[in-house]
Write a protein that binds this ligand. Structure first.
Ligand code: FAD
Ligand code: HEM
Length: 409
């Protein structure tokens, strides 16, 4: 809760801070990386810095948090905090690093807003920062504790025990702890961070959803190769495709992520596009392994059947669920190898040409939805589902990058 003296100050200055948030974020990162170049080389995602995505995520979340403190002083934006804390914990962020971020963020606010930042204004924003930082530090400490590791220490060596090129651009890697113990359990929908050392010596970290069944002794991640297009080729995905061989050892975090499938028997809609199908595979594997009879509608969109990673596995999983239907959309369904024939008469599969369209799908009104795919795909589906009267709180999503929706929620 914001103090009595800071509340009017934050209220008066939030519009100015909000309007200048991009500039504040730019100056903040410039200062942070000038003082600590190692953070850009070894912790932050340098592509997100180059393309500007992470800039908006951090500063936008603080402005959103301040707005919530003013509008709903007794509420806590738990969903936003949990999402950030899981990402931070997967990266091994430590409590002492919050002081570094505080110093450069407050300095950036002063630089950009100039004389408007009186000592009273600086104190009020310092208070906002520490309210958010302390909430995150506490959540992250709890996550580290759950994994039984000291703060920030969830990294572990994982041996690549299998490598399979699912499609020309999607590589599945099966991983097992290098000490031969079983891989730690995870909840369906969670991801791990993977760090690699690139040829220039930088250590870069990226997240990959676990696509295998939870509870098995091995993990599987499926990495889509980001080819050069408007920007350069993806650094870590290209490295993983080109360099990893069976027997190599990768460094991965413990499993994290708040977009997980809770137990229950209510109906589900799992809708994904492209490589966004990976967390859905873990969810479906879990439903099959637990003998679930939940009604499940699976929607997946891809460019072509040949580009659809784990296509046969998806058909097989849906086939094993007594109350599941699969709706596939391919922009170019063309020369598809035939899908495996369903073994159970209750399995329903449709294949359509074009982009996914959920407006006419039969869906129960109490369906819980999980979305994962490119932002335009998720926006379209979310809009269509809200248009059908589904409540916003029943629609969950995972973004395969900084969550730019946070600041707008
Ligand atoms: C929770 C979560 C789960 C994920 N799960 C998966 C998964 O299961 N499978 C999967 O494949 N991916 C997944 N991702 C995405 C993954 O973490 C990486 O983002 C992805 O592999 C790309 O990383 P990269 O290093 O190859 O590309 P990067 O090097 O990070 O590049 C990313 C983009 O930035 C562009 N870029 C880089 N530099 C510049 C520049 N100077 N100017 C303009 N543009 C630039 C690149 O062209 C590219 O398009 C997930 C992400 C998250 C957050
Ligand atoms: C109150 C303080 C902080 C806030 C509000 C904050 C907010 C955020 C947000 C919103 C994201 C994006 C989450 C997502 O992916 O959806 C993020 C990611 C990240 N944060 Fe923080 N953060 C804070 C402190 C820190 C600190 C102290 C560090 C360590 C120096 C840090 C390092 C990172 C890194 C490395 C990422 C991933 C970004 C990337 O690699 O592109 N953050 N943070």
């Amino acid at each position: 809760m914001l103090s009595e003296q800071s509340t009017p100050v934050v209220r008066a200055t939030l519009p100015a801070v909000g309007a200048a948030i991009d500039e504040i974020a730019t100056v903040f990162y410039r200062k942070l990386f000038a003082a600590h170049p190692d953070l850009l080389r070894d912790l932050f995602n340098r592509a997100n810095q180059a393309n500007g995505e992470q800039r908006q995520a951090l500063a936008g979340s603080i402005a959103a948090f301040a707005g919530m403190l003013l509008d709903h002083p007794d509420a806590r934006p738990d969903a936003m905090l949990a999402r950030i804390a899981h990402k931070h914990a997967s990266l091994g962020i430590t409590a002492d690093q919050y002081k570094i971020v505080n110093e450069h963020l407050l300095a950036a606010i002063s630089d950009v807003l100039g004389e408007a930042v009186t000592p009273q204004v600086a104190d009020a924003w310092d208070e906002v920062y520490w309210l958010m930082a302390n909430a995150l530090i506490a959540l992250e400490a709890r996550l580290y504790e759950q994994h039984g590791t000291p703060e920030g220490g969830t990294w572990r060596p994982m041996t690549v025990v299998a490598r399979h090129e699912e499609t020309p651009d999607a590589l599945a890697l099966t991983l097992r702890p290098a000490d031969g113990t079983p891989a730690p359990a995870f909840r369906p929908g969670q991801y791990v961070s993977v760090q690699v050392e690139l040829p220039d010596g930088a250590r870069q970290i990226r997240q990959y959803s676990l696509s295998s069944a939870p509870g098995r002794p091995e993990w599987r991640i499926t990495v889509k190769r980001v080819r050069a297009g408007d920007g350069p080729a993806g650094e870590v995905s290209s490295w993983l495709h080109e360099q990893t061989r069976v027997g190599d050892v990768l460094t991965a975090s413990a499993p994290f992520g708040d977009l997980t499938l809770p137990d229950g028997d209510g109906p589900l809609l799992l809708a994904s596009a492209g490589i966004g199908g990976t967390p859905m595979l873990a969810m479906l594997n879990h439903l099959v392994d637990s003998g679930s009879s939940r009604p499940v509608v699976v929607v997946h969109a891809d460019r072509t059947p040949t580009d659809h990673a784990h296509r046969d596995e998806l058909h097989a999983l849906v086939d094993e669920l007594p109350q599941a239907a699969l709706h596939l959309w391919y922009e170019d369904p063309g020369h598809a190898a035939p899908a495996p024939a369903p073994s159970s008469p209750s399995a329903r599969v449709t294949v359509s040409a074009g982009r996914a369209d959920v407006s006419a799908l039969p869906l129960p009104s109490d369906v819980t939805t999980y979305l994962c795919g490119p932002l335009p795909f998720m926006r379209t589906l979310r809009g269509a589902l809200l248009g059908r009267g589904l409540p916003p709180q029943a629609i969950h999503y995972e973004v395969f990058g900084p969550d730019l929706w946070l600041g707008q929620s």
